[in-house]
Design a protein around this ligand. Sequence first.
Ligand code: FAD
Ligand code: SIN
Length: 529
Amino acid sequence: MERTFDVLVIGSGAAGLSAALNIAPHLKVGVLAKGGISAGSTAWAQGGIAAVLEPGDTFESHIEDTMIAGAGLNDRRSVEFVVENAPAAIERLAELGVPFNKGESERWHLTREGGHSHRRIVHVADATGRAVQQALEKAATEHSNITLIPNMAAIDLVTGRHAVHASSEKRVRGVYAVDAQGGGVSLFTARATILATGGASRAWLYSTNPRGSTGDGIAMAWRAGCRVSNMEFSQFHPTCLHNVEVKNFLITEAMRGEGGQLKIPGSGHRFMPDFDPRAELAPRDIVARAIDHELKRLGLDFVHLDISHRDPSFVRSHFPTIAERLAQPDIGIDIAREPIPVVPAAHYTCGGVVVDLHGRTDVPGLYAAGEVTQSGLHGANRLASNSVLECLVFGLAAARHINDHWDEVAPPPAIRPWDESRVTHSDEEVVVHHNWREIRRFMWDYVGIVRTTKRLERALNRVELLRQETEEYYGHFRVTPDLVELRNLVEVSGLIVRCALTRQESRGLHYTLDYPEMLPEAVDTMLVP
Ligand code: FAD
Ligand code: SIN
């Protein structure tokens, strides 16, 4: 089957839907999601969105905090662009109906998170992402120019080599995508394509992310000829719930912003002041490394996050979603009275597809926005709550550029349908699941919070083995969404390890025992296909 839109958006989170809503007044947009429309990371965001919104705070301060967290690797133009456009982005969400918590005297209640020198995080209690996703999704559903297409996993970008009259032209003309429910591959064509596929944190065994965070957009863009940068900077969130049954439940950083303390179980020693004068509100890389250090030093499975010294009604009203979830019988913790066992887990991909301030990638016809990108905003470590903001600002920027340059792009030529003539149904689907598990295990063991060259080389050897196996499998068997994800996980893990081996220093989120010092000059790691 072939479907044609003016613009194709791959991904239905904050970045994809922001872009779609800003294109739709002029053009017809198709939005693909590989699972449910709300199944990306956006709906899981807890803490909030950062913006300068009250007297006393300044753009300069938000910019400086972002650059300090990013260990000087940020592109200042991108930081300024995002920070200065943040208040308008929040205003647009409010207009769409996002019910940000009200302040006592100010318009909105602003909370605080690590690395921010000012209270500047707007939020909807501790479930901000859910409210943002719902508002964007409602507006998109109601727009007659937007078609939402769930359960459609993009396999690869379509370029000149897929045309009926094949050419070496790199311009992107759409995607091939496999139907996650019915099977079968469709062709989607468009004059412009926006990648908004989110990050790759499910490359690790323990992650705060939904299962779809497999770096599909990064891998597809790389295969289509885009540069990929700074993939070594994988952010580990310091406080993921530690529970044998319940995996990947985040305990928001805002809990530390409101006084939560990190303690050693048993002794109750509050250890963060031993590591950094900002204690629990130091940037995430520092807090995650401190926890990792204490876990290894004392042979612990977890540390405690404790907010039980605050008034119980304050705790329950500020963190209702977390309080309710942890109170359920499978966990059984009353957060207003008991400490929460936590560990760091893979949370955010700071690197990605290189884009400019219009969201343009290296390849004509292809834009990208959100966690899939390396826009220069985050540098070596993302400042808390700058991510949804980046999605909103760059989603709009890409939309504007497409609208403004629409008449310059010709419609796509005739493209060949997906060819399945040389493949059969797999007789060994289990291989895909085994390989998934293997990647996530060795990425956790060898490409974690503290790295060494030897461990990274071990990881690279394993990536290469899995790459051979996966490509062979891909060449012989019918494509499924699981296979799409495995192929992309292998690709992206290779990019992460190669970037990590290239950086011979410790900076931000990349800490290696072989090069513990930071070099005087901050330089992006750039992989060129
Ligand atoms: P996502 O929202 O992840 O959406 C990706 C979309 O791409 C999905 O629709 C998915 O189906 C689709 N997709 C992926 N691959 C394919 C494919 N092959 N084919 C078709 N579709 C595909 N950030 C903040 O700023 N503040 C917070 O408080 C905050 N809290 C967080 C809490 C948690 C638990 C997590 C996991 C993240 C949090 N973040 C937070 C980070 C933030 O939520 C994400 O970085 C951001 O929402 C990413 O948005 P996105 O639009 O780029 O991607
Ligand atoms: C959190 O609520 O701790 C997540 C915030 C973020 O990732 O920006």
